[in-house]
Write a protein that binds this ligand. Structure first.
Ligand code: ADP
Ligand code: MG
Length: 142
């Protein structure tokens, strides 16, 4: 699919950047005139993916989060969120609802939420090397 617009940004995995990242992606998607609900879906999915970088990829340390947003032909928003953190041993298992390595504090629903609010979610990861989440959402015709 042809790329019509694109941005990239790198932010440290500080918790304040979770709100910042979701606002940036929401602002980027505004070009497609999304509904309030679509904007909210994007924010929620970005929030989950960035939170995972903050809590799981770089536990007890601060690392970089690399974010790319793209507008593709056909009113599609593509979002890539990558870290160079701890990595995931078994991606299929990690994506199962309720699976968490975060203990009592975590619900294990982050990936399930991303999947339910976006049209597609692809996760690739290498232990000790980092994780990449690529999500796409088609914005309805107005
Ligand atoms: N960026 C990441 N880096 C390392 N591990 C991750 C990352 N994202 C998710 N995980 C792993 O996948 C599990 C499931 O993630 P998620 O569905 O968001 O649930 P939760 O964050 O509540 O644990 C996490 O507990 C963690 O083990
Ligand atoms: Mg999570």
């Amino acid at each position: 699919m042809k790329e019509l617009n694109k941005f990239t940004m790198t932010i440290p995995s500080r918790s304040a950047n979770e709100a910042f990242a979701r606002m940036v992606l929401a602002a980027f998607a505004v070009a497609l005139d999304p509904t309030v609900e679509e904007i909210s879906d994007i924010k929620t999915a970005v929030s989950e993916a960035v939170t995972n970088c903050i809590v799981h990829a770089y536990p007890n340390t601060i690392g970089n989060i690399y974010i790319t947003g793209e507008i593709l032909e056909g009113r599609v928003v593509k979002i890539k969120i990558r870290d160079r953190g701890r990595g995931i041993e078994n991606v299929e298992q990690a994506m199962e609802p309720l699976f968490t390595t975060g203990g009592e504090e975590r619900a294990g629903l982050g990936f399930a939420v991303m999947q339910s609010f976006m049209d597609s979610v692809k996760v690739s990861s290498r232990l000790g090397r980092g994780t990449t989440v690529i999500m796409k959402k088609k914005i309805s015709e107005r």
